[in-house]
Write a protein that binds this ligand. Structure first.
Ligand code: HEM
Length: 141
């Protein structure tokens, strides 16, 4: 019973986390289309900050806590697929950190990435999520 509630919570917050990771680079694209220093730009800075604080930060914490609790409850620590899964989740967490850093840069008025690069960024969470789900469901090793 505990296991099922932990897993339900884990999956719910994985969805919120992924949704936020897909939205943020999109916001950056719209942000960079706004005139530097304009009220429109200030609105995007505020929207990005809210997405990071209200959705992304709580979600990453809950996904990690519930994921680690699940691994502990089922005693899966010696499973190869779990090690690989954690490696990919670390990659996704680093990507999250990178986006948070880019938001700060944008807020300071530094635009170092092009719209095309930002659109390409959206491939990262998609590919990582597909690999993670295959690892946890198929358990290939
Ligand atoms: C470090 C963070 C994470 C850890 C330690 C972790 C660990 C786990 C564990 C132990 C399970 C239970 C497996 C079972 O029922 O036998 C699970 C389920 C699941 N996890 Fe994670 N997870 C993490 C992050 C993620 C992320 C980022 C995603 C997706 C992008 C994800 C997707 C899933 C899915 C879809 C399930 C359900 C699988 C099933 O019911 O067969 N997890 N996770």
């Amino acid at each position: 019973m505990t296991y099922l509630w932990l897993k339900a919570g884990h999956i719910i917050f994985v969805i919120f986390w992924m949704a936020g990771l897909f939205m943020l680079p999109r916001y950056f694209v719209y942000h960079q289309e706004a005139e530097p220093g304009s009220p429109e730009e200030a609105k995007w800075v505020d929207r990005e900050k809210k997405l990071l604080k209200i959705i992304l930060l709580p979600s990453i914490i809950i996904v990690w806590v519930l994921g680690l609790l699940l691994a502990q409850t089922l005693n899966l620590w010696s499973e190869g697929w779990l090690h690989a899964k954690i490696a990919f989740v670390l990659l996704l967490s680093a990507y999250h950190g990178y986006l948070a850093g880019y938001h700060k840069k944008l807020a300071r008025g530094e635009r170092t990435l092009t719209g095309k690069q930002l659109r390409l960024f959206n491939e990262v969470p998609g590919i990582a999520a597909a690999i993670i789900v295959i690892l946890v469901v198929v358990r290939p090793f």
